[in-house]
Design a binder for this molecule. Structure first.
Ligand code: 5GP
Length: 205
């Protein structure tokens, strides 16, 4: 009698890919390119209370809101995670935003700070891949922040201080990718994502 081998492909349910890094390590450029090249990924649009920068659109880059509106959402338990990343500047991920992406049968891609990334990993465990983008050195991080030109002097100082603290978090994540050269770092991240999302097969017979 012939033996039939049945293979059931398990579609990954409700997965998360979290790209995190100190501010200025280049994670947003990596996230942007991943979104262009990997149609199975969809960006988690965060809420924030910071000012909109030129070129940013509400509902595309962030959901911009007041501190009062943000605090109401905290009280209503609407966030999967949130942080006061800088004094009075809150950032957070709405559970409804993740549900929106999963309804489209896509994988949620995050660009968030290190503490938010640690919190998502704690909640979602194996369904969550966390990748830390590491700058080649502290000096390169400071230079990138300065050259970006998006911050005033006070805000720049806050960002530099915080970025230095964030570097200490590197070993808390599943993978660390050194961003010395953008193309190399991008390819490494892309390959990590592809291999994490590869459908697992289960041999039943
Ligand atoms: P920026 O003001 O430069 O857009 O973002 C500042 C920092 O906040 C970045 O490290 C960014 O990744 C992080 N961030 C953006 N959205 C979220 C979020 O929803 N939660 C957390 N914890 N951090 C976020």
């Amino acid at each position: 009698m012939a033996v039939i081998k049945v293979t059931r492909v398990l579609i990954p349910p409700r997965k998360l890919i979290v790209i995190t890094a100190p501010s200025g390590a280049g994670k947003s450029s990596i996230v942007k390119k991943l979104l262009q090249q990997q149609p199975e990924l969809s960006f988690s649009i965060s809420c924030t209370t910071r000012e909109k920068r030129p070129g940013e659109t509400d509902g595309v880059h962030y959901y911009f809101m007041t501190v009062e509106e943000f605090k109401k959402k905290i009280a209503a338990n609407e966030f999967a995670e949130y942080e006061e990343v800088y004094p009075n500047r809150f950032y957070g991920t709405l559970r409804s935003e993740m549900e929106r992406v999963w309804r489209e049968r896509k994988v949620v891609l995050f660009d968030i700070d290190v503490k938010g990334a640690v919190n998502l990993k704690k909640e979602f465990g194996e369904d969550c891949l966390t990748i830390f983008i590491s700058p080649p050195s502290k000096e390169s991080l400071i230079n990138r922040l300065k050259n970006r030109g998006t911050e005033d002097t006070k805000s720049l100082k806050e960002r530099i201080k915080r970025s230095e603290q964030e570097l200490e978090f590197a070993d808390k994540f599943d993978k660390i990718v050194l961003n010395k050269d953008f193309d190399t770092a991008y390819m490494r991240v892309k390959n990590l994502v592809i291999s994490y999302l590869k459908p697992k097969t289960e041999h039943i017979l």
